[in-house]
Design a protein around this ligand. Structure first.
Ligand code: NDP
Length: 312
């Protein structure tokens, strides 16, 4: 198998990966970055980004990622297409296999592989992507001011998103498949006491409809053991909050992860338990999951890489 040695390897090309590449490039570390399955990361699936500092008029998600890519390239980042398919972090240099055909031996590694929002798997979610379907209320909620939206999920994220959206929208339906919420007590109370939020227990969304965007959701309500009721509910926006899957599988044999798979780092830093291996962005962040927080942790990871290499 083809082998190559690099000083600083970055896996993932979202805000964390590119920001790490900008800092590592400027520090003369000749970073090599593998863009992964979705070059540019989750932001390439959104439309307008209005909360990334520095863009008073907002910026398109794909455009923002293109700017970050160019900025990383300007400082010498070697950006390549390819997916990390295997990892061996048992010894230095750390070996990452790309597309099962090439091995990179890295002195330092920044894992910035992100997390993937879970979808229900309906064809309509794809059909209306960017046209009323979103997996991020903080990103897209603003577009639904004084409108009617639905959030799917019964966990803390769904409750948090419903409460956030209730501050903007005129009405929020929370579509929950069970007869109860899984969220923490305090979040449940906030949701149930919010007059703009109506919880639809034992409901499943089975499709969406609308001419030029989402105009409503097809629902199935469970009525006892064998009975159900199907009906349509008019909405303008459909938000998924049924969990995220951190893209950490290949690193799990070597690094600590929480029960969902988020990589556990030393508090407030991107340091993992392996010296020279850092985790930045959503793959290590179950709490904030914002582009700006991912970018910040990418910056920290690159600074850590520089210090680690100096200490050798
Ligand atoms: P969770 O896994 O906790 O909840 C997912 C929710 O989505 C559940 O209600 C689940 O239903 C529902 N769901 C999953 N798949 C489907 C489906 N196919 N159709 C319909 N509903 C579905 O994920 P979260 O993202 O909410 O939370 C992840 C972790 O992060 C948790 O530990 C949470 O506590 C934590 N968190 C904490 C926050 C805070 O403290 N402020 C904020 C956000 C997250 P069911 O219950 O039936 O399985």
């Amino acid at each position: 198998m083809e082998k190559e040695q690099v000083k600083c390897l970055i896996i993932g090309s979202g805000p964390a990966g590119y920001t790490a590449a900008i800092y590592a490039g400027r520090a003369n570390l000749a970073p090599v970055i593998y863009a992964g399955l979705q070059p540019g990361g989750q932001l390439t699936t959104t439309t307008d980004v209005e909360n990334f500092p520095g863009y008073p008029q907002g910026i398109g998600g794909p455009e923002l990622m293109e700017d970050l890519r160019k900025q990383a390239e300007r400082f010498g980042a070697d950006i390549r297409y390819g997916v990390a398919t295997k990892a061996d972090l048992s010894k230095q240099p750390y070996t990452i296999t790309i597309d099962d055909e090439k091995e990179i031996e890295a002195q330092t590694l920044i894992i910035a592989t992100g997390a993937t929002a879970k979808y229900l798997g309906l064809d309509d979610e794809k059909k209306y992507a960017g046209m009323g379907v979103s997996a991020c209320a903080t990103c897209d909620g603003f577009f639904y001011r004084k409108k009617t939206v639905a959030v799917v999920g019964g966990g803390d994220t769904a409750c948090e998103e419903a409460i956030y959206l209730a501050g903007l929208a005129s009405k929020v339906y929370l579509i929950v498949r069970k007869p109860y919420l899984r969220a923490s007590k305090v979040m449940q109370e906030r949701v149930l006491n919010n007059e703009k939020i109506e919880v639809l227990f034992e409901h499943n969304a089975v499709g969406l409809y609308g001419e030029d965007g989402v105009e409503g959701v097809h629902l199935v309500k469970r009525l006892g053991e064998a009975d159900e009721q199907r009906y349509d509910l008019p909405i303008d926006g459909f938000f998924l909050a049924i969990g995220h899957k951190p893209n950490s599988d290949i690193f799990k044999p070597y690094l600590d992860t929480d029960e969902t798979g988020y990589i556990i780092t030393e508090s407030g830093t991107p340091r993992t338990k392996i010296p020279g291996v850092f985790a930045a962005g959503d793959v290590a962040d179950p709490h904030y999951r914002q582009a700006i927080t991912a970018a910040a942790s990418g910056c920290m990871a690159a600074i850590e890489v520089e210090r680690y290499l100096q200490s050798l």
